[in-house]
Design a protein around this ligand. Structure first.
Ligand code: 3PG
Length: 307
């Protein structure tokens, strides 16, 4: 019998785990659960007998894949799959998939929540500002970016986007103004919401020049990945610009310095929680389970991300 392991250092909501278990039971497969593991050894041991794996931001590297000698498929219940060594998966003939769009609304809601929090000075009681009438730039118009634009319009914001991989007509159809370069986006918008993946091209790409070019009252919101920020540049910008604010869902390496030097202009969640809602967990977890069942029963590889 095929064994499907859910391995999540940061657990899904119990209601989502129940849903995943139901899908697996109904398909006649075996369900296994490893939550809140504290060492790689525990993960390696659990994966040894698994034929399929459901993960979140859990790192699936070559060592894990080597330990997983029965593994045929790993599904990242979420959008970003930079936590999977895709080459190693391919080398071990393991199919890697994600579940695009399933947790996007939760992340988009958090991004707007961060903007309100920054606009109201971290709720410190002083007079803040409003989002209405402000310009927001969506940096990458994927599933999350698109929803951020939709919610931002509800706040009365003017929405702009830059995404070289999405046809301008698709963005314009949502009533969003397309800008032709990343420089133009940062120069135009007081609020920037980051939705770029972390890869060789994007790592450390959010730099001094871009951040310094933002209009007065600049607020950068990062619900994407910490690696896309050039942290030394961010620190420099925050020192040079008293009006600059940064809110992030992914604690930066320079966290302590930001807390000490820029209190009130900065916020980071204690643990990444953009996708941490019951709804997102249910959607992404059950989609992952269904994709695995479908792969084993019909060979469907629709959401495959490796070669
Ligand atoms: C994603 O890529 O889907 C998000 O970053 C969510 O990650 P998480 O499942 O670890 O919360």
């Amino acid at each position: 019998m095929k064994k499907i392991l859910v391995a999540t250092e940061k657990p899904f909501a119990p209601i989502a785990v129940d849903g995943i278990r139901r899908v697996i039971d109904q398909a006649g497969f075996e369900f296994a659960l490893l939550e809140k593991y504290t060492s790689k050894e525990q993960f390696k041991e659990a994966v040894q007998t698994a034929h399929a794996l459901i993960i979140r931001s859990d790192k699936v590297d070559r060592e894990i894949l080597e330990a997983a000698s029965n593994l045929a498929i790993v599904v990242r219940a979420g959008a970003g799959y930079d936590n999977i060594d895709l080459q190693a998966a391919t080398d071990h003939q393991v199919v890697a998939m994600n579940t695009p769009g399933q947790n996007s609304n939760a992340v988009a809601e958090l991004a707007l929540g961060f903007m309100v929090m920054m606009a109201r000075n971290n709720y410190n009681g002083s007079a803040g500002t409003e989002l209405s009438g402000k310009k927001i730039g969506i940096h990458a118009y994927g599933n999350v970016g698109r929803l951020v634009g939709k919610i931002a319009k509800g706040f009365g914001m003017e929405v702009f986007a830059f995404d070289p991989f999405v046809d301008a007509s698709v963005i314009e159809a949502d009533g969003v103004t397309v800008l032709s370069s990343v420089e133009e986006l940062y120069k135009t918008c007081q609020y920037i919401s980051l939705h770029i993946p972390a890869n060789d091209k994007t790592k450390q790409s959010i730099n001094y020049e871009l951040l310094m070019s933002m209009p007065h009252g600049a607020t950068l919101v990062n619900t994407a990945r910490k690696e896309v920020i050039h942290e030394d540049d961010l620190l420099r910008v925050m020192s040079e610009r008293k009006d600059f604010r940064y809110a992030t869902d992914i604690a930066p390496d320079c966290l302590q310095q930001l807390i000490q030097e820029h209190p009130g202009k900065f916020f980071a969640t204690p643990k990444k929680m953009g996708a941490q809602t019951e709804e997102a967990n249910i959607n992404a977890g059950i989609a992952a389970a269904n994709q695995i069942v479908d792969y084993f029963t019909t060979g469907n590889t629709r959401f495959k991300v490796n070669n």
